[in-house]
Ligand binder design. Structure first.
Ligand SMILES: Cc1ncc(COP(=O)(O)O)c(C=O)c1O
Length: 411
């Protein structure tokens, strides 16, 4: 049957993190690999109460097909919620998605033809890469800098591509606490990338799952709010990291002509997002004490982050040549190892010692691979697991370096 698969699917490997997570299903494994928010901060009471109420009071609607663009109640609640972030939109600018990954997929389907070019950071979110690969996309990627995207490099690259008659289709960024690097884009760069987007008429895709998870420093305005409804930005949001991922609810915002198309694509692929799950999100926005919830989540995650950073300081002395980001929010650390370390090889060595991470290579666009980086998730493991896991990781790295040295001297 394989010979009948679509050409693009023949070699398609999917989201490589998924494959790796299967490899580490050992209950003794300490995993820093997933991108999981912690179930300790899920508002279980609210979810249970709302589910019960919806099923009791409105079973006909809850269990029926529902509107493709989403529940009006939820869209209105989101519109109100976004006002505090200085985003002012109407119903025609929003569509409910079945999570952030679905939101990304819709954009790929809407804009990309085979070999179309996406401008992105390097590294960037592996799930987006997997999704855009379905459309056979190519990349013009620039190394992310300490204050976010290399906007000048991107602009020069865009100019070059336009001169070759290959104008990129969109710029994909995660400006707040990027997955995987946890880097946040400065205001200066946000304004610059927006001006690049306007100058060349290339839409800016702002993927924003972590924006509420800031533990220190000042909030920086979103690209969407900076654009002031001029239609250059498409926002991708999800309830996964602020409420819980199991509900699979998110939303895309943007110009009405774009949102209308999203709805048509959604209608042809998954039809609707479960109403019950949307009702829970509406109750979360309308009835829950959001400030208290976010403060609790921020406190919980920032304690874990500080704990992880301390463990790194203790176990990775300067002379090991290992560097890591010091994030102000989000769920990840990005670690750069000495060049001679291949973190994919290290992943299998680490699995033997029962500690896991994501090898950085799943986060690089095609043609931009690097081998010496890794992504760490600090939000899910317990404090004890962090202490033990970082010790194991340090042990594995030291062992790898020693063996590597022996191999080199044996040659
Ligand atoms: C940057 C980014 N975008 C989108 C997603 C997908 O979110 P969801 O779980 O809602 O599909 C994630 C999840 O980790 C992410 O990190």
């Amino acid at each position: 049957m394989k010979s009948l698969f679509a050409n693009i699917m023949k070699e398609y490997e999917g989201y490589k993190i998924g494959k790796m997570l299967c490899y580490i299903q050992d209950p003794e494994m300490i995993s820093f690999a997933g991108g999981l928010p912690s179930s300790d901060v899920f508002p279980l009471d609210l979810i249970q109460k709302t589910a019960e109420k919806s099923l009791q009071e409105d079973p006909d609607h809850v269990l029926q097909y529902s509107a493709i663009p989403g529940e009006k109640d939820l869209m209105e609640a989101i519109i109100d919620y976004l006002q505090k972030d200085n985003i002012h939109i109407k119903l025609e600018n929003i569509m409910i998605t079945t999570s952030g990954q679905h939101g990304i997929d819709l954009v790929g389907r809407l804009f990309l033809e085979h070999k179309d070019i996406i401008v992105s950071d390097c590294p960037t979110f592996g799930g987006a890469l997997a999704s855009f690969e379905l459309e056979d996309a190519e990349y013009m990627a620039k190394d992310i800098e300490e204050d976010g995207s290399d906007v000048k490099g991107m602009e020069a690259g865009i100019e070059n591509l336009i001169n070759q008659g290959r104008k990129p289709k969109f710029i994909y960024v995660v400006p707040d606490f990027q997955n995987p690097s946890s880097i946040t884009m400065s205001l200066k760069k946000r304004l610059a990338i927006l001006s690049t987007s306007k100058k060349y008429g290339i839409p800016l895709l702002e993927d924003s799952p972590y924006r509420e998870l800031r533990y220190k420093g000042k909030n920086i305005p979103s690209l969407y709010s900076l654009d002031k409804n001029q239609g250059n930005v498409i926002g991708i949001y999800t309830f996964s990291k602020i409420l819980c991922p199991g509900l699979r609810v998110g939303f895309n915002i943007g110009p009405s002509e774009v949102v209308k198309k999203f709805s048509l694509i959604k209608g042809a692929s998954i039809l609707n997002t479960p109403k019950l799950n949307q009702d829970i999100c509406t109750a979360f926005l309308r009835e829950y004490d959001l400030d208290a919830h976010f403060n609790r989540a921020r406190k919980y995650y920032s304690e874990k982050l500080n704990f992880f950073l301390e463990a790194m300081e203790e176990n990775f002395p300067e002379d090991m040549g290992v560097r890591w980001t010091k994030p102000e929010g989000g769920l990840f650390l990005w670690i750069t190892m000495p060049e001679k370390i291949n973190t994919l090889e290290l992943f299998y060595e680490a699995a033997k010692e029962k500690v896991a991470f994501v090898p950085g290579e799943v986060c690089y666009p095609k043609g931009y691979l690097k081998h010496n980086t890794m992504r760490i998730n600090f939000s899910y493991p317990t404090k004890d697991e962090i202490v033990e896991g970082v010790k194991r990781l340090s042990f594995v790295v030291k062992k790898y370096l020693t063996e590597n040295r022996k191999n080199i001297s044996a040659k």
